[in-house]
Design a protein around this ligand. Structure first.
Ligand code: GBH
Length: 481
């Protein structure tokens, strides 16, 4: 019945990438095999009190041993692309010096397997798992980490450059900087606003160093990008104080990266908002030129939910809950901003389902950077999935979440946004960072006792979308689940 699914007119262009995404620490396991050493996430997850019920990525979804089965599953689902990340400490255990060939062999085998199944590999060099030795030497707040990242990028580029075309340097540097070193809810769990700002700059610089290295070793056809978790910020009211709160969060949430990466400078208002903390003298001569020397071929955007803020002065509540989060922003230069729960239905993360946020975000990027191709590198939702009596996993909420967000992508493309592909988060259930295995984002269910994979009804629905390149309407989505 292929072809009938184009009903409703939600047909995507030929060549649009239909993908799924994962990250090394969240799925691989094999934490101490073949020379891999601890990353900051191994250390963090093994520190009591940091991750839900002490869960770790030691075994995760055991993808390191099951990748051939997992690729077959992707092929069965008709995916045209797969986004995964490389574990730095698997490839370069100390974060310095020569590579471990066995570590690289895993990624060579994975990419070969993908290509044999007609699936385009999209490599992310860094999805939050800094080698612990580099953290011990100062981590991202230390400038040397950016230099080390450039070297590591060259190693991976040399190893995989003949078979990978789509390259992402960093995944969500905002999380690495501000959750890792600011609020401390992510590894390495530091809470120092100046360290967070230094980390943000060194991540930007690291991107520049990696882009330089990749450009020197990759064929010209390679596409270079970075993935940002851009915040679609809204002010609670139109009052000048609330509008200014939204501006601050936009500065430290978005423009701290898009400014240097795409504009060649840090935003003036951010420098002013943070003046009481730092004079930004860690930005050295030549850094800004290095960050944007090799223009992005594509910008990856991860979107889950919008951010609703107000001026903090008018809101009562604890300034901190002692766990690194509160209603008030822990973000440097924005400590007088309060967060609010946007209205509407929520996922198991408590995040509101708001596809208009994705539409608005894509249109904003298209307006501000009209020549920049975009990729949705993550979008998806956690729900409380379980295996039914029939042995299947029925997740109609996830089908609906994906459907309305893909509709938003389609509408943005119709209105001019240059979106090249969509990667759902995630291919399969995995280690959801501070939430451990408690939250399931997968289109494929993972039974962590047996490591059995069960495609949820959302996976089967998505396979239909990937096969036809079109969105079925809501009624058809219902029958699929
Ligand atoms: C992505 O991060 C990750 O790339 C992926 O690994 C992860 O599994 C997936 O999403 C699902 O979580 O300002 O403290 O209130 C999403 C990161 C999470 C960033 C929510 C902003 C708000 C944190 N986003 N977060 S806070």
């Amino acid at each position: 019945a292929s072809g009938t699914a184009a009903v409703g007119g939600h047909q995507f262009p030929p060549g649009f990438l239909w993908g799924a995404a994962t990250a090394a620490y969240q799925i691989e396991g094999a934490a101490a095999e073949d020379g891999r050493t601890p990353s900051i996430w191994d250390t963090f997850s093994h520190t009591p009190g940091k991750v839900f019920e002490g869960h770790t990525g030691d075994v995760a979804a055991d993808h390191y041993h099951r990748f051939r089965d997992d690729v077959r599953l992707m092929a069965d689902l008709g995916l045209s692309a797969y986004r995964f990340s490389v574990s730095w400490s698997r490839v370069q255990p100390t974060g310095r010096g020569p590579a471990v060939e066995r570590g690289l062999d895993f990624y060579r085998a994975l990419t070969d397997e993908l290509l044999e199944h007609g699936i385009q590999p999209a490599v992310t060099l860094y999805h939050w798992d800094l080698p612990q030795e580099l953290e011990d030497a100062g981590g991202w707040p230390a400038r040397d980490t950016a230099e080390r990242f450039g070297e590591y990028a060259r190693i991976v580029g040399e190893a995989l450059g003949d078979r990978v075309q789509l390259w992402t340097t960093l995944n969500e540097p905002w999380c690495s900087a501000f959750l890792g070193y600011g609020s401390g809810v992510h590894a390495p769990g530091r809470t120092d606003p100046v360290a967070a700002l230094r980390a943000a700059h060194h991540l930007n610089l690291g991107h520049g160093r990696a882009a330089e290295a990749l450009r020197s070793v990759l064929p010209a056809r390679a596409q270079l990008g970075i993935t940002l978790n851009l915040h679609q910020v809204r002010a609670l009211t139109g009052s000048p104080a609330d509008v200014d709160a939204a501006r601050r969060i936009d500065a430290v949430g978005n423009r701290v990266f898009t400014g240097p990466l795409l504009g060649g400078a840090y935003p003036q208002d951010l420098l002013e908002d943070t003046r009481g903390l730092t004079d930004w003298s860690f930005v050295q001569d030549g850094d800004l030129a290095a960050i944007k020397r090799h223009p992005l071929d594509v910008l990856g955007i991860n979107y889950y939910t919008p951010t609703l803020v107000s001026d903090g002065a008018s809101v009562d509540g604890p300034r901190s809950d002692g766990h690194g989060s509160s209603q008030f922003s822990p973000w440097p230069g924005a400590d007088d901003v309060a967060f609010h729960q946007p209205p509407g239905e929520r996922t198991a993360m408590g995040w509101s389902v708001d596809p208009t946020g994705l539409y608005d975000l894509l249109m904003r990027m298209n307006r501000e950077f009209p020549d920049l191709p975009l990729l949705i590198t993550e979008n998806g939702a956690a729900y409380e999935d379980s295996v039914g009596a029939d042995g299947a996993v029925h997740d109609p909420e996830r089908v609906e979440y994906l459907r309305v967000h893909l509709e938003a992508v389609h509408r943005a493309m119709h209105d001019g946004a240059d979106v090249r592909g969509y990667f759902l988060w995630s291919l399969m259930d995995n280690f959801e960072w501070a939430y451990g295995y408690d939250k399931r984002f997968g289109a494929v269910y993972v039974d962590y006792e047996t490591q059995e994979r069960i495609p949820k009804s959302s996976a089967l629905w998505y396979a239909g979308v990937a096969r036809t390149g079109a969105l079925p309407d809501a009624a058809e989505a219902d029958t699929a689940s």
